[in-house]
Write a protein that binds this ligand. Structure first.
Ligand code: XMP
Length: 513
């Protein structure tokens, strides 16, 4: 049976990933493509429908993105959303009214035709609008199927060709009938079966990896984080010991991290895992360095060197596997850049594939984070690995303000351990997006027993967030903050003061450096 797929053509709306999420919740695979994708690259037999997304442009502006008009003659159902509807109207011979004023927010929607797209949608409901232009005259063959006070053609349809357009955003939670509308498009109009699941994803991906890698070896840098861990277990399922995982201990890891990685991946999952203790090399290179970006560069360069050295010792390798996720892929090729594009550049320990001349295998590149976790669960990976907070590549180096030394790493490891274990004990860990401790380059006066002390100050940071782009400080109850502070000061030698970071991002960042 052919795989079924919905294509989403990306005209730059901030809601595009939401469309993809909604389609996938219906167990239908979908892919987001840029407007200029070559039509001949798709297999019409597997494409059940196309969604033209919203976007910030006006169809009249010079830079307005367009798609290949051949998509309208493939015999595949199409739904245009907002800009997508206007573009469809313009390309098929309708007329779009130029407007200088945006309509933004909730708008009452009145459905005038309940067939197919609006089946089971109430006559009156609330929709979410965000547009300047609107359709003034429909292309030939279309009829109006909904209106709103400000937009007389709030939705249109050509029932013969199965083309639909909606001026509002069905993918946004504020559109009351949004879910029903997307389900109707996917199920009733496109007739998707909805049999895509994490199990089927795993089976297909395992077959794809086997076919791609053939008899060759694949290497993967395993960090112990969710993405590289799931990628490793998945690829191991496909090619077993031909996957060589490299775990680099850079001396900047959390307490017992290396031990846990060996235990789980070498002993339990039986991965072909090479663990390299390069902590001395990293700490040597970092000696005397204070400036955060310099630390990052040194760590990135050292990582590439260590990894490269180990890869060469393995013998012939053709592929490099990475745990790239879908949002990274979409953002990195987005025509409009997106705010994250610049913020994230320093986050990748980049340069590996280019330098080593390896082909990439990225088995998770079409998945969102929560889908990766589902794949992990399906592969019987333990919940504490799948639910792990993000941890930056440069590790504790960007959480030790000032010079990074082994002694300071050891202090911070203990502090972090007391903080995180208390959050887990109090059932707060899973409610927080990321939590960690920071070692400050100042000392403070304290008293312990009858003694005056002059010791380190640490800050603890816990944030709530959806994607790390924005974040708020977590409202941890005072009594739990008290417990955390007591444990740290009583149990970690060299620390006599704990401060809680109450800044949000923006204007602060999550990490201190
Ligand atoms: P910021 O501090 O920029 O962090 O608000 C946002 C998210 O990115 C992580 N982060 C990094 N991850 N290398 C990484 O792999 C880095 O250099 C880096 N800097 C920040 C940070 O932990 C948070 O999750």
């Amino acid at each position: 049976m052919a795989r079924e797929k919905i294509l989403i053509i990306d005209f730059g709306s901030q809601y595009n990933q939401l469309i993809a999420r909604k389609v996938r919740e219906l167990n239908v695979f979908c892919e987001i493509l840029p407007p200029d994708f070559p039509v001949e690259s798709i297999d019409p037999a597997e494409i059940k429908g196309i969604i033209l997304s919203g976007g910030p442009a006006s169809v009249y502006s010079k830079a307005a993105p367009r798609c290949d008009e051949r998509i309208f003659s493939l015999g595949i159902p199409i739904m245009g959303i907002c800009y997508g509807m206007q573009l469809m109207s313009k390309m098929l011979g309708g007329d779009v009214a130029k407007s200088h004023q945006r309509e933004y927010g909730r708008a009452p929607l009145t459905v005038t035709d309940h067939k197919l797209l609006f089946k089971d949608v109430p006559k009156a409901s609330v929709s979410w609008m965000s547009h300047g232009d609107k359709v003034r005259r429909m292309p030939k063959g279309f009829i109006r199927i909904a209106r709103s006070p400000n937009t007389s053609i709030a939705a249109f349809a050509d029932f013969k060709r199965n083309f639909f357009g909606v001026q509002f955003h069905p993918e946004v939670a504020h559109t009351q009938a949004g879910k029903t509308i997307i389900r109707n498009f996917v199920r009733l109009v496109c007739r998707c079966r909805g049999d895509w699941s994490m199990k089927s994803f795993i089976n297909e991906t395992v077959a794809d990896i086997r076919a791609a890698a053939g008899p060759d070896r694949v290497i993967l840098g395993l960090s112990g984080g969710v993405d590289s861990s799931v990628a490793a277990v998945l690829i191991n399922k496909a090619i077993g010991r031909r996957l060589v995982c490299i775990f680099v201990d850079n001396g900047l890891l959390r307490k017992d991290e290396g031990k846990a990685v060996k235990e789980l991946f070498q002993k339990h999952f039986k991965l072909n895992l090479h663990c390299i203790d390069a902590s001395k090399e990293f700490l040597n290179n970092l000696s005397g360095v204070i400036e955060p970006e310099k630390k990052r560069k040194i760590i990135g360069r050292t990582f590439i060197k260590v990894f490269d050295r180990e890869a060469k010792s393995i013998g012939r390798v053709k592929y490099l596997a990475q745990g790239t996720l879908y949002p990274d892929l979409i953002e990195s090729r987005s025509v409009f850049g997106g705010p994250s594009a610049t913020i994230k550049t320093h986050h990748n320990v980049g340069g590996l594939p280019k330098k080593m001349n390896l082909k990439l295998i990225e088995p998770l590149k079409y998945l969102f984070k929560d889908e990766v976790r589902k794949v992990g669960r399906e592969l019987d990976m333990p919940p504490d690995v799948l639910g792990r907070h993000p941890f930056p590549g440069p590790g504790l180096a960007v959480r030790i303000l000032g010079e990074v030394t082994k002694e300071r790493c050891d202090i911070l490891r203990e502090v972090d351990d007391r903080f995180i274990s208390t959050l887990k004990r109090e059932n707060l860990y899973d409610k927080i997006w990321q939590a960690f401790a920071v070692l400050l380059p100042v000392k403070s006066v304290g008293v312990m027993g009858d003694e005056r002390t002059y010791e380190n100050v640490v800050a603890i940071r816990a944030v709530t967030s959806v994607d790390g782009m924005t974040a708020d400080w977590a409202r941890i109850p005072y009594d739990i903050l008290g417990k955390i502070s007591n444990r740290i000061i009583n149990e970690v030698k060299g620390v006599n003061r704990v401060a809680y970071d109450i800044s949000s991002k923006p204007p602060s960042t999550i990490e201190w450096e």
